[in-house]
Design a protein. Structure first.
Length: 146
């Protein structure tokens, strides 16, 4: 059961994206503001799915390989989850959500912690910057990005 529509809706207030018809004022509430876009770009369900698999894989003998497999399953599963269950129609929105997930995994280690150059501090900086700026610039305008 989806409680909110995960698609980010946007348009110039008062105009449809095609620019041909005026949008009635009662419809203006349908367009997402910054905070609504921010919430819709946070991959909470994907993070929960990943945490469950990560917990299982971390307790197994071949943890190093399994953590990469779990990460790959979560990224692939995220694409299909967003498209089919969450009904996210914009490809760019799916990509941004998956990038946010990958940054989140990097911050907490996951399979990246095995890499010699791993430093969670860089991930934390990137996560804050990404989380702040992406909803500022991505407003869901490219409806033709399906």
């Amino acid at each position: 059961m989806i409680l909110i529509d995960r698609n980010i809706n946007s348009a110039t207030p008062g105009l449809k994206p095609s620019g041909q018809q005026v949008t009635p004022p009662s419809k203006l509430a349908e367009y997402d503001n910054y905070f609504s876009r921010l919430v819709k770009l946070i991959p909470t369900e994907i993070i929960a799915f990943y945490l469950a698999l990560d917990g299982i894989a971390s307790a197994m003998k071949q943890k190093d390989l399994l953590l990469w497999v779990v990460f790959g399953i979560a990224v692939t599963g995220a694409w299909f989850y967003l498209a089919r269950l969450a009904n996210v129609t914009k490809i760019i929105q799916r990509v941004l959500t998956i990038v946010a997930f990958a940054i989140w995994v990097y911050v907490f280690g996951g399979p990246f912690a095995q890499l010699p150059w791993y430093d969670a501090g860089y991930g934390k900086l990137l996560l804050v910057v990404f989380t702040f700026f992406v909803p500022v610039f991505f407003k869901g305008d490219s409806d033709n990005a399906k």
